[in-house]
Design a protein around this ligand. Sequence first.
Ligand SMILES: Cc1ncc(COP(=O)(O)O)c(C=O)c1O
Length: 381
Amino acid sequence: MSDSATPPVRLRPEVLAVPAYRQGAAPTKPGFKLSSNENPFDPLPSVLAALQGRGDVNRYAGAAMPELRELIARRFEVRPDRVHLGAGSVAILYQLVHAAAGHGDAYLHAWPSFEAYPALGLASGAEAIRVPLNARAEHDLDAMAEAITPSTRVILLCTPNNPTGPAIRRDAFDRFMARVPSDTLVVLDEAYREFVTDPEAVRGEDVLALHENLVVLRTFSKAYGLAGLRIGYGIGHPAILSAAATAAIPLSVTGLAETAALASLSPDAQAESATRIAEIAERRDELVRGLRGLGLDVPDAQGNFVWIPEVAGAAGDSGAAGAATAGSARRIDTLALAAAFAEAGTLVRPFPGEGVRISVGETESLAEVLRIVRGFLSAAG
Ligand SMILES: Cc1ncc(COP(=O)(O)O)c(C=O)c1O
């Protein structure tokens, strides 16, 4: 028998060279799972009830899903042919990159950003170009504009940026779009849009009508807590969305997901979700205040997660955690910090060399996060 890591058939070397997408770790002991930016609330009872009424799983769902597209279209004040559904917004990211960028083409994204971005172009053969975030952990839109070349086919903007937290400001977005060729696709990935409280943040619905080369992505996974059902949507020019549909795996949006999304958009469910979303945003802000109070240089957080950068805090803060003091900044050992969390039964997401992302979870998790970080800082310092 050959070793199980060596494929017994010819596969593409460029695919073999890239590791598969890694999900946040699953818990192994009691504690909080703060590693996947999930919604900590149980599903809404009305959504669960609607799911129970959908027993026809022996049938394929009707792929057009007109009622859901119509509802979403009304919210965005666009025609339904400007709405495209996908099995999670990540599916639409793949479709758009595949529809626009092949061999010899490139797509741009900030880094660190959503971990799926670097591999989106793998199968199509497009090259992913990473543009580092600025010192405030925000998109460096000037550097991104300068990185555009004739081969750039797609630009991914993640706002608020997963994993670091800041949202792109409207004025910066407008300046950036003025520098992007009008035949280059820009994707505004707003997976965490509902949690945004910065009044100056760009909002997809405000800018869609201004740019025919813009597709806005949203998801039911985060604010609506339907991550396990896989449903998201894109809004944009019908011809771009039609090309995305061509690149899609047929029939991948299930009827159950459609039913749950429809139930989530009912006025009562919307009101309940709004309360939960506000609660998560408040917990997030409390966590940011607590971590900053420990001397950490946590950037603005606009999603349902907070970020501890690897280089955090100024010299002279009490405690030097996990490793050396470099210049005027304190270096946090991200893997050691994540290990300290895991040891305490709480899972967070380390980005080696970059920082640690902590999702906003249950109320009780806030004190636990601060307890673990405080212990980690004092043990090292
Ligand atoms: C920035 C961003 N975009 C898209 C997604 C994909 O979400 P989904 O496919 O569940 O809609 C995620 C998931 O974590 C994300 O962080």
